[in-house]
Design a protein around this ligand. Sequence first.
Ligand SMILES: NC(=O)c1ccc[n+]([C@@H]2O[C@H](COP(=O)([O-])OP(=O)(O)OC[C@H]3O[C@@H](n4cnc5c(N)ncnc54)[C@H](O)[C@@H]3O)[C@@H](O)[C@H]2O)c1
Length: 252
Amino acid sequence: MGDLEEKIILVTGGSRGIGAEIVRQSIKEGAKVILHYGKSHDAAISIQDEVGKDKCQIISADLMKNKEILSLWEKSWEWRGRIDVLVNNAGIYEPVDVADNFTDWTDAWSKTLQINLLATAHLSRLAILAYRECGGGTIINITSRAAFRGDTHFHMHYAASKGGQTALTSTISRGYGGDGITCYSIAPGWVDTEMAREGAEKVGWDYVLKDLPLGEMVPPREVANVAVFMASGKARHLTGSSVSINGGSFPR
Ligand SMILES: NC(=O)c1ccc[n+]([C@@H]2O[C@H](COP(=O)([O-])OP(=O)(O)OC[C@H]3O[C@@H](n4cnc5c(N)ncnc54)[C@H](O)[C@@H]3O)[C@@H](O)[C@H]2O)c1
């Protein structure tokens, strides 16, 4: 028996990076998973083939569109008639500078807050409404060390979005624990994914490696292991907490 036997888990942004690893590890532990993806249909199909179609449903939704967020939740719930764990993992890390023109600045802020924070809030709302009816459930938010440490000055909006997700986590845990709802954050530093490698190319690998006491980015599998532990319910009293996983680059 795996730690997640019988659990139904929705993972946003599950077709690559950290999300794909959470899908794989959750299924290894016995869960059935809804793999949400944006545009990468081929990548989603390939993971579904890898882990087994009976254990993994793929559903696409653009998290920029609130209607698609609603239908993502509805279709996900319909698949097995319930969802036990929502993992808000999808996110973007796109730079903008204070010196950029005002339209680029506001577009970057709106897009980042919509995908990283508002989609998390809207899906969490739907989860809370459903969980209250069926005795509880779990929400796991993939945030960032940027929520606590800040980020480069090109990523103020990103850090703000991750700070928002962190505040959402503690607020949900305080407000809905009595309904059997638990909510956790995982705050990674550099994790070895396409998003991080693109970021590293921009800021320079020397800068990144200097920042990594263990000499490497966090393997996505380790973030997934923390998510599986939280989803298992083995430490429910962690609810409201943020677990840092950054290889010692920002101990807290
Ligand atoms: N990689 C890192 O170093 C790192 C560090 C800290 C936090 N994080 C966080 O971890 C999470 C996953 O990051 P990752 O490194 O795996 O990134 P990634 O770019 O590999 O994956 C992000 C996922 O989000 C999805 N997504 C983005 N915009 C979307 C939209 N409009 N609609 C639907 N889906 C959309 C993408 O399709 C992708 O599957 C993010 O929330 C990120 O902020 C990553």
